[in-house]
Structures are given as structure tokens and as C-alpha cells.
Design a protein around this ligand. Structure first.
Ligand SMILES: Nc1ncnc2c1ncn2[C@@H]1O[C@H](COP(=O)(O)OP(=O)(O)OP(=O)(O)O)[C@@H](O)[C@H]1O
Ligand SMILES: [Mg+2]
Length: 479
């Protein structure tokens, strides 16, 4: 249930339910008392009784009203006394202030109280006389002598045995009891649906703050509380994930250190070996010395490149490289790139071709130098892992609705299915590459960082022995 609805319902129920119970209980109480007092309180009976009384008042009232003197006649007095006795009624006739006929002696106060009840509704004209409720009817009359008079008719009220006082006390007690019970029930429900789940959440928060995430928060309670539980559970899962990422990050940092040390150690060891060879006189001819020195130089260049790559990768990884975005014409940009790489590749017997499938002039926002580095890294791979006599690299420029897709396809060695998912990971090198070609496994990791820094995507498809396609997707610039 909605928390707001529960509050509205609870507030309403606290009043409505006790009132309803009191109403029903009072009704039952009246019936039970009626049974105890052996009074048939069925609706028909009450109606009959009141009807007889009422009709009597009306009929007799009419008669008395027209010729009030008749009451002074002995015969009529006798007749009326017997009629009134049959329904336990009484009559008092006043001529001026004087009581000229009465079947019951009323005190002055009682008489006064009766005379005050001048209304027509008999049920309201109730007067307590000697501890019993009576219905009273006061009929003003004018005697033939011209004198004013009043005829007072009295009948015991049907519910005499049921004093308002008794009913009031009973209803009061029932109301208080049902109010207390309703409150207890509502508070119990409230506690079950709101307080208990909140308590559980509090306990969960305590556990989380102690770093214990190994539990589940079960949704319970009213809508809002359930939502709160859900958010809490989401938070817990996020924390679990963050912990996991942190752990993985720590592990990968350890891996990074070991890879760096390993990859730097290899050239340093060989540099050391060649330099010792020169110092120890193993290189005993100027030709040999030059050969050793050239090897040392090439190893040093490789190390230098590797350190540059490492520095760039870690700066990209920490988002410390700020890109200098420029609006760039895609076709023109790749034509320029081609011009740069063409000569280099010709030496390796690789033919490069640019295929423009763009439907017109298309622009992208890029840091030209950084994207050039990406293209060079990819093409450098195609060159490095080329195993065909006649190498071929095709660059396709295509477009989708909102992106420009650049495909760099070679006919080289290809990448095995098991290696393909990892080639963009730092330091990842397929075993075949590790054995035969120089490299640190950072080229594609750097490319990925740069492309993602441009809000783009990079991926590869490959078939062993047939070649590799590296795809770059960048957002079109429509401005
Ligand atoms: N065109 C390709 N053909 C075949 N294998 C490739 C190709 N491109 C990448 N690879 C595989 O993916 C691995 C990762 O490539 P990446 O460019 O990141 O590293 P690298 O070339 O080994 O080293 P670096 O680029 O740092 O000199 C390579 O070692 C190689 O196994
Ligand atoms: Mg590479």
C-alpha cells in the first residue's frame, strides 16, 4: 500500500471504525436489554404502540379541543379514565391556572416542565416524571366562557427501561474500547509495514557502514518503503561492483608493474650483454663493435618508444590528455594520411588504397594528431603482421545515419578467435606476435583510449590467414 494512502486510511479508520462499532454495539445492546426486560422491541411493535398513543391524542385532542367543557362531565371523565388506563396514560386539564381534572397528581415543577413541551413531535416531548420518561402532549383550548385552558396528556415512553444515561455510558465504554483496539490494530499494521522494514534498512545501513556487503536487502512494506529497499539494494550492488572493480584495478596495476618491468628488462639485459661484449673485447673488430653498437642503439630506440607509449597510455588512462578538437573533412584528412604512409609501406611491398563511400562532404570533430596516431598504430600492425608476399591495405570510408565508419582492412596473418577479444587490452599480444615481432602491446590500447576520448568506438573483425579489419566509428559533425 502507498504510505500516503495508509496514513489517510489509518487516520480515517481510527475514527470511523470505533464509531461504527459503537453504533452497531449500541443497537445490539438495545435489543439485548429489550429481551432481558421482556419487551418486544421489533419495529412493528414500537410503531403500533406509538400509533395507538398518537391516534388517541389526535382523536381525543380533536374532541377535547372543540368542546373542552365535556371534560367537566362525570361520565366523560370516567370514560376517558378507562381509555387512558388501558394504555397507562394520564390527563391533566387546566382552566386558567386551576387544575379542573386530573388522573394523576403532578408536582408543580413536573407540571411546569410538561407545559413547556409545546412542540408537535411527540418523540421530542419527553419529560422525566418520578424516574420514568413520559411523552407529553399539551393542547391549548378555549372554554365556552372565553377562558383559556390547557389539556395535558401523558403516556409512558416506550423505552422507559432504556434510559439515555445507560445507553450513553455503554456507548462511551464501547467507543473507548474499540478506539483502543482499533489503534492497537492500526499501529501493529503500521509497524509491520513501515517500522519493521525501516528497522531492517537501518540494520542493513549499519552493516554496509562496517563494510559488510555480503547480504541481500529484501523488499518489504509499503510502496515507498519498498522503493527505499530497492534503492538500498541497488546501492549495495553498486558498492559490491565498485569493490570488485577496485580489486580488479589493483590486480591490473600489479600486472602493469610486472609487465613494464618484464618488457623493460628484456632490452636492458641485451643492451648490457652487448656493452659487456664490447668492454670484454668479444667484439674485437671495428665491424663487430659497430654491429654491437647498432644493436644497442636499436634496443635503446625500442625502449624509448615503449616508454613514450607507456607515458601516453597512462596519461590517456588518467584522462590527462586534453584533445584539441577541430572540424575536419573526413576524405581530405584520410587522403593526407595516405600520402604520409604510402611511401613507408611501399618499402614493405604493401599497397594501400582509399575507397570513399561517403555520400558527400562529411565532417568529424577530432584531434588530428591523436587520430593520426591511431591510424598509424593500426597500419603499423597491418605491416608488422603481414604474412603475404603482396601486402594490401584497404581503407574504406562509409557513413551511417549519425556516424562515419572508417575500416582499415589488411590481408595479413589475421587474429585467432581466442585472441580477438583482448587485442585492445594493454600489453596484450598474441603468442605468435610475442615470438616474432617487436612491440609492447600498447598500440591498440592507446588507439582505443583516443577513440573513446572522442566519443567514438573501435573494434576489429578478423579471420586467421585471411586478414584483419579494424573499424572506427566517429560521430558526424553536422554544424
Ligand atoms: N593487423 C593485425 N594482424 C594480425 N594481428 C594483429 C593485427 N593487429 C593487432 N594484432 C594482434 O594484436 C596484438 C595487439 O596489438 P597492439 O598494436 O596493441 O600491440 P603490438 O603491435 O604487439 O605492440 P605495439 O603496437 O605496442 O608495438 C598484437 O600483438 C597482435 O597479436
Ligand atoms: Mg601495434
Amino acid at each position: 500500500m502507498d504510505l500516503k494512502k495508509r496514513l489517510i486510511f489509518s487516520n480515517a479508520a481510527i475514527i470511523v471504525i470505533p464509531l461504527g462499532i459503537t453504533f452497531v454495539a449500541s443497537f445490539i445492546f438495545m435489543f439485548v436489554l429489550a429481551r432481558i426486560h421482556d419487551v418486544d422491541l421489533s419495529y412493528n411493535n414500537v410503531k403500533k404502540l406509538t400509533q395507538i398513543q398518537y391516534e388517541f391524542f389526535k382523536a381525543e385532542g380533536g374532541l377535547l379541543k372543540n368542546s373542552p367543557e365535556i371534560i367537566l362531565e362525570k361520565d366523560f371523565q370516567q370514560y376517558i379514565t378507562t381509555r387512558l388506563e388501558s394504555i397507562e396514560a394520564d390527563i391533566v386539564v387546566l382552566k386558567g391556572q386551576e387544575r379542573v381534572f386530573e388522573t394523576r397528581k403532578l408536582s408543580i415543577i413536573e407540571l411546569e416542565r410538561c407545559l413547556e413541551k409545546t412542540g408537535d413531535n411527540l418523540f421530542r416531548n419527553i419529560v422525566e416524571i418520578q424516574g420514568k420518561s413520559h411523552m407529553v402532549k399539551v393542547i391549548p383550548v378555549i372554554f365556552k366562557s372565553g377562558e383559556d385552558g390547557k389539556i395535558l396528556l401523558l403516556v409512558p415512553a416506550v423505552n422507559d427501561w432504556m434510559t439515555t444515561e445507560k445507553l450513553f455510558i455503554f456507548s462511551g465504554v464501547v467507543f473507548v474500547l474499540s478506539f483502543i483496539i482499533t489503534n492497537i490494530v492500526i499501529i501493529t499494521a503500521f509497524s509491520k509495514k513501515v517500522i519493521t522494514p525501516l528497522g531492517k534498512l537501518q540494520a542493513a545501513a549499519g552493516k554496509i557502514s562496517e563494510g559488510n556487503l555480503d547480504f541481500e536487502i529484501i523488499e518489504d512494506g509499503d510502496t515507498q518503503i519498498r522503493e527505499l529497499c530497492r534503492s538500498f539494494e541497488k546501492m549495495r550492488l553498486k558498492l559490491v561492483e565498485a569493490n570488485y572493480t577496485q580489486k580488479k584495478y589493483d590486480e591490473s596495476r600489479k600486472m602493469l608493474f610486472s609487465s613494464i618491468s618484464h618488457d623493460l628488462k628484456t632490452p636492458i639485459t641485451s643492451i648490457k650483454g652487448y656493452v659487456e661484449g664490447i668492454l670484454d673485447g668479444v667484439a674485437n673488430t671495428p665491424q663487430k663493435v659497430e654491429k654491437y653498437l647498432r644493436t644497442v642503439h636499436s634496443k635503446a630506440v625500442h625502449m624509448d618508444r615503449m616508454i613514450d607509449d607507456l607515458l601516453l597510455y597512462s596519461r590517456l588512462d588518467m584522462h590527462k590528455v586534453s584533445f584539441n578538437f577541430e572540424k575536419t573533412d573526413v576524405l581530405k584528412y584520410f587522403e593526407d594520411c595516405m600520402y604520409e604512409i604510402d611511401i613507408e609501406l611501399e618499402k614493405s611491398n604493401i599497397k594501400v588504397e582509399l575507397h570513399n563511400n561517403l555520400r558527400g562532404k562529411r565532417y568529424i570533430m577530432i584531434d588530428r594528431d591523436q587520430v593520426r596516431r591511431v591510424v598509424i598504430n593500426i597500419i603499423d600492425n597491418s605491416r608488422k603482421y603481414m604474412d603475404k608476399e603482396q601486402g594490401k591495405i584497404d581503407i574504406f570510408l562509409r557513413e551511417a545515419t549519425s556516424n562515419v565508419v572508417i575500416e582499415i582492412k589488411d590481408n595479413g596473418a589475421g587474429i585467432s578467435e581466442s585472441d580477438l577479444p583482448y587485442i585492445f587490452d594493454r600489453f596484450y599480444r598474441a603468442d605468435s606476435a610475442r615470438d616474432t615481432r617487436k612491440g609492447s602491446g600498447l598500440g591498440l590500447a592507446i588507439a582505443k583510449q583516443i577513440i573513446e576520448g572522442h566519443g567514438g568506438k573501435i573494434w576489429a573483425v578478423s579471420r586467421m590467414g585471411e586478414g584483419t579489419s579494424v573499424m572506427i566509428s566517429l560521430k558526424k559533425y553536422e554544424g
